[in-house]
Design a protein around this ligand. Structure first.
Ligand SMILES: Nc1ncnc2c1ncn2[C@@H]1O[C@H](COP(=O)(O)OP(=O)(O)O)[C@@H](O)[C@H]1O
Ligand SMILES: [Mg+2]
Length: 243
């Protein structure tokens, strides 16, 4: 299994303000790690830094390795080519192309990535709804369908480490559960995933390791079993005081 992520001494700054300061974060191969935190905590800044992708071009320092290879100075494009694939927050799909055209577009670029490109048939098994909608254009899809398509496109790029920034944002609870269950299926199939999620209760159901980010720093992290009982998690996310 591949996709082991190790981050050391990562600092990300916009202008003069340090937005993220993480001394260590690790994701083991074939597991699902989830980063939670309030709005503005730095979740997107962190996950974008792993992909070296950002419109704002923040300053980065520190070391990011994937399967022991130093990716710190690798461009966003080459990281994606080498299997570090990001689905950014609110990522669009090609609105004028059908679902199937979206899934066929740009796949050639992924040759030689560290991971395995998912076949179209596998994608449709994972996301039956995309099969039903395969002849519909992106513009005709619901928010949930678009999010599924964005993830499916990432799977076509042969990820070894899949980075997902709030894929469930704006979705109805039933769809959130379905989407997270599908992500769990991917991980059970051997994929390594780092997920950013605001929906903590739903995320706890599928996650292996949970990290809590506050004002750019990881203030807690551990197995789901341990984190469920962490007073900081309970107070802030699980309706403190219960149990
Ligand atoms: N493009 C940017 N320019 C300047 N500051 C930014 C930019 N993007 C985010 N920030 C700041 O970085 C911090 C973390 O933001 P972000 O990573 O988007 O948090 P989250 O995803 O957890 O909501 C916030 O204080 C935010 O204002
Ligand atoms: Mg964000």
């Amino acid at each position: 299994m591949s996709g082991r992520l190790e981050i050391r001494d990562l600092r990300v700054a916009y202008d003069r303000a340090i937005a993220v300061s993480v001394d260590h974060l690790g994701v083991a191969p074939g597991t699902l790690a989830t980063v939670i935190g309030a709005n503005g905590a730095g979740k997107s800044t962190l996950i974008n830094a792993i992909a070296n992708w950002s419109r704002a071009a923040p300053r980065l320092s520190g070391v990011i390795t994937v399967d022991g290879e130093d990716f710190s100075r690798v461009s966003a494009c080459d990281r994606a080519r080498r299997g570090v694939v990001l689905v950014p927050e609110g990522r669009g799909v090609f609105m004028g192309l059908t679902v199937e055209e979206n899934l066929r577009a740009g796949v050639g670029a992924a040759r030689g990535a560290g991971g395995r490109a998912y076949a179209l048939a596998e994608i449709y098994d994972l996301f039956p709804r995309l099969y039903e909608r395969r002849r519909n254009v992106g513009a005709a899809l619901s928010g949930g369908e678009r999010q599924m398509l964005a993830i499916a496109r990432a799977l076509r790029m042969a990820p070894r480490l899949l980075l997902l920034d709030e894929p469930s944002i704006g979705l109805a609870p039933r769809l959130v559960a379905l989407l997270l269950a599908t992500i769990r299926t991917l991980v059970d199939g051997g994929l390594t995933v780092l997920l950013v999620e605001q929906n903590v209760v739903a995320a706890l159901e599928v996650t292996d390791v949970l990290y809590l980010l506050e004002r750019g720093r990881l203030i807690a992290g551990g197995s789901v079993a341990a984190m469920r009982d962490d007073p900081r998690i309970i107070a802030a996310y699980l309706g403190g005081g219960h149990g």
